[in-house]
Write a protein that binds this ligand. Sequence first.
Ligand SMILES: [Zn+2]
Length: 242
Amino acid sequence: MQTTMLYMKDNYLKTFSAKVIAVGEDYVVLNQTAFYPLGGGQESDLGTLTYNENIFSIKSVRRDQGQVKHFIVETEKLLKVGNLVECSIDWKRRFIHMRYHTAIHVLSRYMQLEHNADVLGNNISTRSGRVDFDIEDALTEEQLKDIEVGVNKIIDQNLPIEINFIPRDEAITFLKKHGYQTDYIDMIPSSVKIFRIISVGDYDFASCAGTHLANTSEIGKIRITKRRSMGKGKERITLALD
Ligand SMILES: [Zn+2]
């Protein structure tokens, strides 16, 4: 039995009930979860799981051998398959991840439109968000200032973020039409028949399994805190949120 990933449809779900479907020495697998597992450059959610007044802290959530494992201490003694548990997400942490993730989508699109730069990778934590870009020339201080101002202008438009599930072929046509990086489309395994498309107003459309805000107004303002060359033609931009 597979775990239903509740955050795919609802990024604002903070508590939920679930049934334990597998137990390991230090982890449980649930029939459904709103905990985001480590991946796609985003750190995992943390939080708690409660059973019979025992509260377990979730240390990390990771995909492993086709399962989504919620790592906690001493599960075997206290939890069994079939137990119904109450789960609660560390919302403060998750919400910061959401703010960074949506901000990074806006930044990535801005860089594509204004600097013809493709994204090579990204990383999201509670402390910062960063993106590596494929870009010909090193970015100057002035350009970085313009990027910061430009991205904040987009954010200030209070753009709504939508999640849509679109069949593969239709999604690929749609994404290409909207300028989404084709090498990212090619990376999606052919087993994925339905794409999850995240749209930021009419500004950005991306295939993404991450957690996002409902509106760019929740980002606040971005600040570019660091620029680093990662070798010729590769620039890393690090953001902080105010
Ligand atoms: Zn994303």
